[in-house]
Design a protein. Sequence first.
Length: 204
Amino acid sequence: MQTPKRTERSRKLILDAADAAFRETGIPNVSMEEIAQRAGLTRKTLYNLFSSKEEIAHQLVIRVEAQGVAIYHPRIEAGESVISLLAEVFGSSARWCLANPSLARLALAGPEKPTGVPPADRPSFHALVVDLMRLGQHQKAVRTDVDPNTMALLLLGAYAQTMLFALAGGPLREDAIPRLIQLMIEGFGPRKKSAPIKTRSRNA
């Protein structure tokens, strides 16, 4: 029986191996046997830790979401400009989606039984966007008469459709994500004069 430390090491080897394989050929074209071989582990060890490649893919999405929360939460707590943060968070996510199309489709599809609220048991992209909406309301950059979770769902829905379109081969301009953020913040009424959103991200 593996020790907790060895089990964690094996899990990381499996996730790293699957991440590379999924990126190269897509989830449907990768077998559990290939993942075990790439990880340098036996099939028995692999199946002791993960029941299927779908479970592995789900854990990879959770891992990348947790990494994003770890990066951006300190900046939220520091009170950085929410508009710039939104453009950077979604721009970074867009680049990950384009680099990892197979996992991105899984992440963008969401859970089979959506609840409309972020998962309570783990960090998530959904929860990060809700926290950004709260920051935006505090900074008076986002309307305060709507629940922040509702605001997050609207933004996430528009973003998911934009990225699914891009993953299906549709064009995605470099400024598409900042423009989407600006459109969602300003609303669908007559356009007001406003400065374009600035972000440190190189492209979207």
